[in-house]
Design a protein around this ligand. Structure first.
Ligand code: 1JT
Length: 257
């Protein structure tokens, strides 16, 4: 018996076993959901195919690069034909060039800025647009992943902070425009998590250490905890919640200096 019994959720952003999207996948499965996954391209498809071997049931999977709207349209078209309607979507996708993370913000290039926005913020909009018809009459729920750098300056987070600010604003505007269809849209603002892409950023290890020392819970949050909070937002337990950013960060964001 789970809070997601009978629901199907499409999850974007599983790359490896450390992915936040993988934590969400497992939390959803634990609550009885059926999940379907995207992968960015053939190379990532092989990695994700290996990952899902450890699941009791192999989920439906299809390729979809979120920077190409024709691929988003094709993904949901194929999903509708082969699986049927859905109840939720998880957007756990972000990218910025290494040289844009760290260094001085005033050196941000237009290319780096545009790429971070396209992958990390804009993509939520076409995803919501093409997912909405599959959620018709089902009280759909969309969840995306943000970070505190969206609202306060975190040294080195730079172009991703601006992209996450746009993502949180997209969450509110989509919540307003899709509300009439009874589709909810919320963001989870996760504390820093040791993922493969985050570990490649210099200074990230120091941030994990600072949180462990100062956060109210005196530790870092886990993929499993972000998974559980996201599952709540995707479930009917959150039926009155839309347009919000929910902090799942061991409390670090409530502190002043
Ligand atoms: C991306 C990366 C998005 C790392 C991210 C992210 N959102 C949070 N992090 C962790 C992080 C946090 C801080 C930081 C660096 C990383 C990696 C590239 C893809 C998008 O500061 C330098 C504060």
């Amino acid at each position: 018996m789970g809070i997601m019994d009978g629901k199907t959720v499409a999850i974007f952003g599983v790359a490896n076993k450390r992915s936040i999207a993988w934590g969400i996948t497992n939390a959803l499965l634990e609550q009885g959901a059926r999940v379907v996954l995207n992968y960015q391209n053939e190379r990532m498809g092989e990695a994700v195919a290996k990952l899902v071997e450890e699941l009791p049931e192999k989920p439906w999977m299809a390729p979809c690069d979120v920077t190409d709207e024709s691929q988003i349209e094709a993904f949901f078209g194929k999903l509708k034909d082969e699986v049927g309607p859905i109840d939720g979507v998880v957007h756990s996708v972000a990218f910025a060039k290494r040289e844009e993370l760290g260094g001085e913000f005033h050196n941000t290039s237009w290319d780096g800025y545009a790429l971070a926005q396209h992958v990390s913020a804009y993509s939520l909009i076409p995803l919501a647009k093409h997912a909405a018809p599959l959620m018709e009459g089902r009280n759909g729920s969309i969840v995306c992943l943000s970070y505190y750098g969206a609202e306060k300056v975190i040294q080195g987070y730079n172009v991703m902070g601006v992209a996450k600010a746009a993502l949180e604003a997209n969450t509110r505007y989509l919540a307003a425009s899709l509300g009439e269809q009874q589709i909810r849209v919320n963001a989870v603002s996760a504390g820093p998590i040791k993922t493969v892409s985050a570990m490649g950023v210099s200074g990230f290890g120091d941030i994990l250490g600072e949180v462990e020392k100062r956060a109210p819970l005196r530790r870092n949050v886990t993929q499993e905890e972000v998974g559980k909070a996201s599952t709540f937002l995707l479930s009917d337990l959150a039926s009155g919640v839309t347009g919000q950013t929910l902090y799942v960060d061991c409390g670090i964001s409530i502190l002043g200096l």
